[in-house]
Design a protein around this ligand. Structure first.
Ligand SMILES: [Cu+2]
Length: 187
């Protein structure tokens, strides 16, 4: 085999390796984000870093029940995260800031605690920075204990609720709701 021909073949082979290998390499570098019910740890990791205008690839899986994934201040549609399966998302942020991501499925009593942040850094073409979430601007600690004056001894249960409704025919009549809905508070 002549030397130029050998070099050309070598180049083609190297090109094929690169075309197949590079996506696999980058795919494997994308960490898998695990979703668990908040009482079992929530998102792991719960802080993700990204750069402005650079696509952020995410792979997500659930270790327990069905969860959802959505990001505040973006128009991305929510993604379902099924136990044992991997969902993929690619996001691009055009403004730096701290974005909140959260679960969109009612996965447990502490579903609303299932949050994490995406910290986006870098220079933006856009003159305005991302809006600061209201609870941040108001310095509210939404995870602080907010105990009700009376705490029921039994935890709420969807199953018990369904049984109660099924065994209470009056709860299925719309008249009941018209006559028993809470009165508006005047103060
Ligand atoms: Cu969830």
């Amino acid at each position: 085999m002549k030397r130029p021909e050998f070099l050309a073949r070598l180049l083609v082979i190297a090109g094929i390796f690169l075309a197949i290998g590079a996506p696999i390499y980058f795919w494997n570098r994308t960490p898998l984000i695990h979703a668990r019910m908040a009482e079992d740890g929530g998102w792991s990791p719960d802080v993700i870093r990204a750069a402005v205008n650079e696509p952020l690839h995410l792979k997500l899986t659930s270790d327990d029940v069905v969860h959802g994934f959505a990001v505040g201040q973006t128009d991305m549609p929510g993604v379902e995260i099924l136990p044992g399966k991997v969902s993929e998302v690619t996001l691009t942020f055009d403004k730096p800031g701290i974005y909140t991501f959260y679960c969109t499925r009612w996965c447990g009593l502490n579903h609303w605690r299932m949050r994490g942040t995406i910290e986006v850094t870098g220079a933006s073409d856009s003159p305005e920075p991302a809006a600061v979430p209201l609870y941040v601007s108001l310095s509210l600690d939404i995870d602080a204990p907010h105990n009700a004056p009376v705490i029921p001894e039994q935890k709420p249960s969807a199953l018990r609720g369904r049984e109660f409704t099924a065994n209470s025919p009056f709860l299925q009549s719309s008249d009941y709701y018209f006559t028993h809905s809470p009165l508006p508070s005047l103060h």
